[in-house]
Design a protein around this ligand. Structure first.
Ligand code: FMN
Ligand code: SF4
Length: 518
């Protein structure tokens, strides 16, 4: 009997030797005369256990990890093909606490299926949402997405249904669906994981968006640093086209939609939607002034939906299970689930999809297990390089858009980066300004000039030069950037800077000049 062994082909697993482990399993099986089929699945998101090797026996799967090539002979000796005991054994995959406590709606298939098997995709509820959408009028699809309460997962949390309605109502012969897969935020990888682990869900989400808005062409815009995602996505698009899911008549509906994958050079600002559109048009990635909104005049001047990967990948389950099903998860005005990414100095780093509403402390300590090196947590940065730093005293903050905004923070793309007590928050503030200076598109003065002045001001504080005056100046500068910048790169850089200064004043205390010179 052939035994199926899963070895993730996700970048995070590849980075720690998954290809070699897969090859070693095939070699060892052959040498022992055993019949093994290796499937390269996506990642389950337990990144500290990668490569997490799974074996399917009967109706369940058991997990072993992290597996090194040198572990392979002992796994065979322990009869892992029949779920045998081994020091790397974790029992049934679905019962592993990091997984069993999650609510996986968007990531339900990621790590479970062969990413490029349409058969697997259909077997695990794939295409059900699209089938339902085909039977509906565009306005009804829009309404269902609006009623679900889905908000953009790219950063701003804008209601997806309202965006789609604007595009549907906009006059135009040609409309576009643009998937923002630039994923530039520090500590984030959910978009990449879906593209590598369950690409058809993104294709299905984009096709539904197209039916809802009468768009006929779509693009996935991602970055050159994501070669594996690009390969898998491109191949999935080809397979979907061949199967008639994309093309002149989406699943026989008579409605056309096709899509392509495009690669940017990887500038942070190219994740900003108008800059992204410029880049997609072959121009320099400079931010466009709004209005006009991309929904009205976006790609090549046509009405365009620009949505994050997570937003689009959440749509199939909403169409399949209904608006109320999705809406009932979460708290306040943050409905549904959010794929949280735990990164930095954290013991259990990875992807954790859950309903909105856990506290930051639960995420960092209960789920993440605290720091990887066992030192106390000093701060976490939530929402990428433009997100605020939270000290443990604010760990009772609930993970929802409004609760974070109330604490001068943002959820952004839901990345949490953990720092231990050795971090110097003044250096982090300097880094935020420096990052802004390097990544600024240069279109507006507060960001272009302000960020460089910001670096200089932080340096003066670090060197003990008129610290009080320079701290006030930094606050002033942040205010100018916050209210005077054209886009959120300049407008939100003050968040990490000001939160560092507010919550960790001791790191901004004057250092005598002599000491600084040493
Ligand atoms: C500097 C900057 C970088 C951004 N980077 C990304 C990104 O990498 N991915 C993304 O989806 N949104 C990014 N955004 C937000 C987009 O401009 C836009 O709000 C988003 O793609 C809309 O999709 P959503 O409504 O589904 O979130 C960025 C915004 C700014 C200002
Ligand atoms: S804030 Fe910065 S990135 Fe945004 S438009 Fe202005 S210069 Fe460009």
């Amino acid at each position: 009997m052939t035994v199926t062994v899963f070895v993730p082909g996700d970048s995070a697993a590849l980075a720690v030797g998954a290809d070699k482990v897969a090859a070693a399993i095939v070699r060892e099986a052959k040498a022992r005369g055993l019949d093994v089929q290796v499937v390269r699945n996506g990642s389950r998101g337990l990144l500290w256990l990668e490569p997490l090797v799974e074996v399917r026996s009967d109706h369940h799967r058991v997990a072993y990890g992290p597996v090194k090539v040198s572990d392979v002979p002992s796994l065979f000796d322990a009869n892992f093909l029949e779920g045998g005991e081994h020091p790397l054994f974790h029992g049934q995959t679905k019962d592993m606490p990091f997984l069993s406590r999650q609510t996986r709606l968007t990531f339900s298939r990621c790590g479970v299926t062969d990413p490029l098997s349409l058969e697997d995709y259909r077997h695990y509820q794939g295409l059900k949402g699209l089938e339902k959408a085909i039977a509906m009028a565009p306005a009804d699809i829009v309404k269902q997405v609006a009623d679900s309460g889905l908000r953009g997962r790219g950063g701003a949390g804008f209601p997806t249904g309202i965006k789609w309605k604007t595009v549907l109502d906009a006059p135009g012969d040609r409309k576009y669906i643009v998937c923002n897969a630039d994923e530039g935020d520090s500590g984030t990888f959910s978009d990449r994981m879906i593209m590598e682990g369950d690409p058809f869900v993104l294709i299905e989400g984009m096709a539904i968006a197209a039916l809802a808005t009468e768009a006929t062409k779509g693009y996935v815009y991602t970055r050159s640093e994501y070669p594996h995602a690009i390969r898998v996505m491109t191949e999935a698009v080809r397979i979907a086209r061949e199967a008639g899911i994309l093309g002149p008549s989406v699943m026989g509906s008579g409605r056309a939609f096709d899509m392509e994958v495009r690669m940017g050079a990887g500038a942070y600002v190219c994740g900003e939607e108008t800059s992204l559109l410029n880049s997609l048009e072959g121009k320099r990635g400079i931010v466009r002034a709004k209005p006009p909104l991309p929904a009205l005049q976006g790609l090549f001047g046509c009405p365009t939906v620009v949505n994050n990967v997570m937003s689009l990948a959440s749509v199939p389950v909403i169409m399949d299970r209904g608006a109320a099903f999705y809406r009932d998860y979460g708290v306040g005005r943050s409905h549904g689930t959010i794929p949280i990414q735990l990164a930095g100095n954290v013991k259990h780093g990875g992807l954790y999809e859950t309903a909105f509403g856990l506290t930051l402390g639960e995420l960092v300590y209960d789920i993440g297990g605290g720091t990887a090196n066992g030192r106390p947590v000093k701060a976490v940065q939530v929402g990428g390089p433009l997100g605020a730093y939270f000290p443990p005293s604010l760990f009772d903050t609930i993970f929802d858009y409004e609760a974070f905004a109330a604490k001068d923070g943002l959820i952004g793309h839901a990345g949490i980066v953990v720092f231990d007590d050795t971090v110097d928050m003044l250096k982090q503030a300097r880094f935020a300004m420096e990052f802004c200076a390097v990544e600024s598109c240069g279109k507006c003065t507060p960001c272009r000039i302000g960020s460089t002045r910001g670096v200089e001001t932080v340096d003066r504080i670090a060197h003990g030069i008129e610290p009080e005056k320079n701290r006030a100046l930094l606050g002033d500068l942040c205010n100018t950037m916050k209210f005077g910048s054209l886009c959120a790169l300049g407008g939100f850089t003050p968040y990490p800077v000001m939160s560092a200064m507010t919550h960790f004043p001791e790191d901004f205390a004057p250092t005598p000049l002599v000491e600084a010179a040493e």
